[in-house]
Design a protein around this ligand. Structure first.
Ligand SMILES: Cc1ncc(C[n+]2csc(CCOP(=O)(O)OP(=O)(O)O)c2C)c(N)n1
Ligand SMILES: [Mg+2]
Length: 199
């Protein structure tokens, strides 16, 4: 019998999702940022609505796969801001990330341990060790539980010569801000910002 893999790590403390999103923009101001539908996109739009923000409207489970596709099609930095529920829907994408491991990609998994956007329903993140899953797919991953730790690890992840996933424990939030609602406009805006050397 092989040993049972470890359960989800305890939440000794939590980081603040708004502060961590601000840190992402401070450290990588020119990165394309692919943000999960709902809270991650609401927070990002509230921190700064910019052309390189690729908000996922309505599409659950695609944030990391879309981020991987983008990272493989550009040399510029790509940061994914995913959610635990979406990641649970597409855990298999970590295997694909591990096989390509683009060095220009960082995955931030904001783990509020619930479907925050739709009212806080419980999901399986309390019994899933995302770091363990990622590492077993060949993706270097780290677990963080406060803002300072997040800043240090995000810096290192951006400089790494492979994809790094940061699993960031956060408290649930209910932000007021919303990104532009027209998804075709969001897509065109990102595409135009990412082509012909535009910043
Ligand atoms: C296929 C699909 N199922 C369900 C939904 C409804 N839905 C929208 S956001 C969301 C929760 C997403 O959870 P998570 O990724 O953890 O992000 P959080 O809202 O917690 O930031 C759900 C269930 C959807 N948009 N698409
Ligand atoms: Mg969640």
């Amino acid at each position: 019998m092989t040993e049972k893999s470890s359960p989800a790590p305890a939440r000794e403390s939590v980081a603040d999702q708004v502060t961590c999103t601000e840190i992402v923009l401070e450290i990588t101001p020119d990165a394309a940022i692919v943000s999960n539908l709902g809270v991650a996109s609401y927070v990002l739009a509230g921190v700064e609505d910019r052309a390189r923000n690729f908000y996922q409207w309505g599409a659950m489970g695609v944030t990391t796969p879309v981020g991987l596709g983008l990272a493989l099609s550009t040399d510029e930095p790509v940061t994914v801001l995913d959610g635990d529920g979406s990641m649970l829907m597409s855990l298999g994408s970590l295997s694909t990330v591990g096989s390509y491991n683009p060095e220009n990609m960082v995955i931030v998994l904001f783990n509020n341990r619930q479907y925050g956007t739709t009212g806080g329903q419980e999901n399986h993140s309390n019994t899933t060790n995302f770091v363990g899953v990622a590492e077993n797919c060949g993706v270097t991953a780290i677990h963080v539980t406060d803002n300072d730790e997040f800043r240090d690890e995000y810096h290192k992840a951006v400089d790494a010569d492979e994809t790094v996933m940061i699993v960031c424990e956060v408290a649930p939030l209910d932000p007021d801000t919303r990104p532009p609602f027209d998804f075709a406009h969001v897509k065109r805006r990102v595409r135009d910002a990412m082509t012909a050397g535009n910043k």
